[in-house]
Write a protein that binds this ligand. Structure first.
Ligand SMILES: [Zn+2]
Length: 426
C-alpha cells in the first residue's frame, strides 16, 4: 500500500475512541455502534489539539485529490485498504440553473461521478471496509436502499473480502444488478428497508460480520465528512451560505455539520467565513425528518410504507433523524419535501441546464431547494447555495420512462432526415 496517496506526512491516527452521544460514556475503538449503558449511538472522537498542530490548508492542498487528503479527520489507524481514488468530486458553479431559479450564486456538489460506484456512499464504504480490515473482520455486509449495496459490493471485491448484502425486494433493477456483478451475495428481503435493517442488526450480532452501517456505523459515518470538507475547500476554504442535503437515515446532514464545525475549530476556514445554513430534503412519500422540522417536534413518527420514487431515501425510521433535525435547527436551516412530479421535473431541469443526470434523490434535493427559495428560506442574494447531488441518474432511470419525448424514428436516407427535421421545425 502506497502511503503517497494519503500524503507522506499523514499521521497514523488521531482517534481517541468512541463516545456515546447521549450519556458521554467513553470506550476504546471497537466494531460496536450503541452504548452498553443507554443504547445511545456512539461517535468517533479525535484529539483536535494534536490535529491542530499538524493539519494546515497548505498540507491538505499538497496531497492527491481524494477524500484521504483529510486523513487526520478520518477514523483509520493506517492507510486505507480500499477507495484510494474516492472523493474530491467536482463542485460546479451552476449559472444556468441559478438563472432559472432566480438566485445569484448556485453550486452543485456532484457525487454522481464519485469513484467507484457513482454515489457518495463510496466515501463511507471506503472507510468502513478499511476499518473492517483493521478490526480483522472476515466478511463485510450491509443493509441498503441501493447505492450502499453497490459501494459495499465493489469495495469488498477490491479488498478481496466476501460481501453479504441485504436489500428490500423492490429496488431498482440497475441497483440490484450493479451489486451482484461484483460477486456479492445478495438477499432480497420481503419487507421495507426498516425490516431489512432490523434483520441486519440480528445477523451482525450472531455472525460477527462487519456490517458497514450497523456495527461499523460510527466509523462509516465519518467518511461522509469528506463531502463537507470538500465543499468548504472548493469554495476557497469557506462554508456556503446554504447547503441543501438529501436525507435517508439522516447521517449526511449531521456529518456535513460536523465537517464544517471541525474546519472552524481547527482554524482551517478563511477569515470572515459565514455560518452555513444546513437544509434537509426528503420526498413527500417518505419524509419523517422533514416533518419533524416542519411540525417542530423532536420525536420521529416512523413512516410505515414509503411511497416515493426516491427509493434511495426511503427509510421510514431514520437512525439519525433526531440528530439530523438538531443539526438543521442549530444551523438556522429548514426542510422541504417535494412530491414525485416535482422530483422528476427537478431531475430534468438539472440535466437540461447543467448537463448533470442525478438520481431521484438529486431530484428531491433540487426540488426541495426550489421550494426553500420560493418560501424565502433561502434568500436569492444570500451568497453561495450548494445543492448536494449524491447519486447517478443512470441507476434510477425507471421513473423517467414515459416521461421524456421519444426519439424520432427515420429511415437511413438524407431525404428522410430532411422531412423529419422540417416537420419538427414547423
Ligand atoms: Zn450512553
Amino acid at each position: 500500500m502506497s502511503t503517497a496517496l494519503v500524503g507522506s506526512n499523514a499521521q497514523a491516527s488521531f482517534v481517541q475512541g468512541l463516545q456515546c452521544r447521549e450519556c458521554g460514556n467513553q470506550i476504546p475503538k471497537a466494531p460496536v455502534h450503541v452504548c452498553e449503558f443507554c443504547f445511545g449511538p456512539l461517535e468517533v472522537t479525535y484529539d483536535y489539539a494534536a490535529i491542530g498542530k499538524v493539519l494546515t490548508r497548505a498540507l491538505i492542498e499538497s496531497r492527491p485529490k481524494t477524500m484521504w487528503r483529510y486523513a487526520e479527520l478520518l477514523p483509520l489507524d493506517g492507510p486505507p485498504a480500499v477507495g484510494l481514488a474516492t472523493g474530491m468530486t467536482p463542485l460546479l458553479r451552476a449559472d444556468r440553473l441559478a438563472k432559472k431559479l432566480g438566485v445569484r450564486e448556485l453550486w452543485v456538489k456532484n457525487d454522481a461521478v464519485n469513484y467507484p460506484t457513482l454515489s457518495f456512499k463510496d466515501r463511507v464504504v471506503s472507510v468502513a471496509v478499511s476499518k473492517a480490515r483493521e478490526f480483522g473482520l472476515d466478511v463485510v455486509a450491509c443493509a441498503s436502499t441501493g447505492n450502499l449495496a453497490n459501494a459495499t459490493a465493489a469495495q469488498a471485491a477490491a479488498a478481496g473480502m466476501p460481501a453479504v448484502i441485504l436489500i428490500p425486494f423492490d429496488l431498482e433493477p440497475a441497483k440490484v444488478l450493479g451489486t451482484i456483478v461484483y460477486g456479492a451475495r445478495v438477499f432480497a428481503v420481503k419487507g421495507t428497508y426498516d425490516d431489512v435493517n432490523r434483520l441486519c442488526s440480528e445477523i451482525a450480532g450472531k455472525y460477527g460480520w462487519g456490517f458497514v452501517n450497523v456495527n461499523l456505523r460510527p466509523f462509516y459515518g465519518e467518511g461522509s465528512k469528506s463531502y463537507g470538507f470538500e465543499i468548504a475547500e472548493q469554495l476557497g476554504w469557506k462554508t456556503p451560505a446554504h447547503v441543501v442535503v438529501p436525507m435517508a437515515g439522516g447521517a449526511l446532514v449531521t456529518k456535513i455539520g460536523k465537517a464544517f464545525a471541525e474546519f472552524e475549530k481547527l482554524g482551517l476556514l478563511a477569515s470572515g467565513s459565514r455560518k452555513a445554513k444546513i437544509h434537509g430534503a426528503q420526498a413527500a412519500g417518505c419524509s419523517p425528518i422533514v416533518d419533524m422540522v416542519l411540525e417542530n417536534r423532536e420525536q420521529i413518527r416512523p413512516v410505515k410504507t414509503p411511497t416515493s420514487i426516491a427509493k434511495s431515501l426511503a427509510i421510514g425510521n431514520p437512525a439519525d433523524g433526531f440528530y439530523a433535525r438538531q443539526t438543521i435547527i442549530d444551523s438556522g436551516g429548514w426542510a422541504a419535501k417535494p412530491d414525485d412530479p416535482e422530483i422528476i421535473a427537478a431531475m430534468r431541469l438539472l440535466a437540461e441546464t447543467e448537463g448533470i443526470f442525478a438520481e431521484t434523490a438529486g431530484g428531491v434535493t433540487l426540488g426541495a431547494t426550489i421550494r426553500l427559495i420560493n418560501d424565502g428560506k433561502i434568500g436569492r442574494d444570500d451568497g453561495p447555495i450548494v445543492v448536494c447531488v449524491t447519486g447517478n441518474g443512470m441507476k434510477t432511470q425507471d421513473p423517467l420512462v414515459g416521461q421524456l419525448p421519444e426519439p424520432v424514428s427515420i429511415g437511413p436516407r438524407l431525404s428522410d432526415f430532411d422531412e423529419a427535421q422540417s416537420k419538427l421545425k414547423s
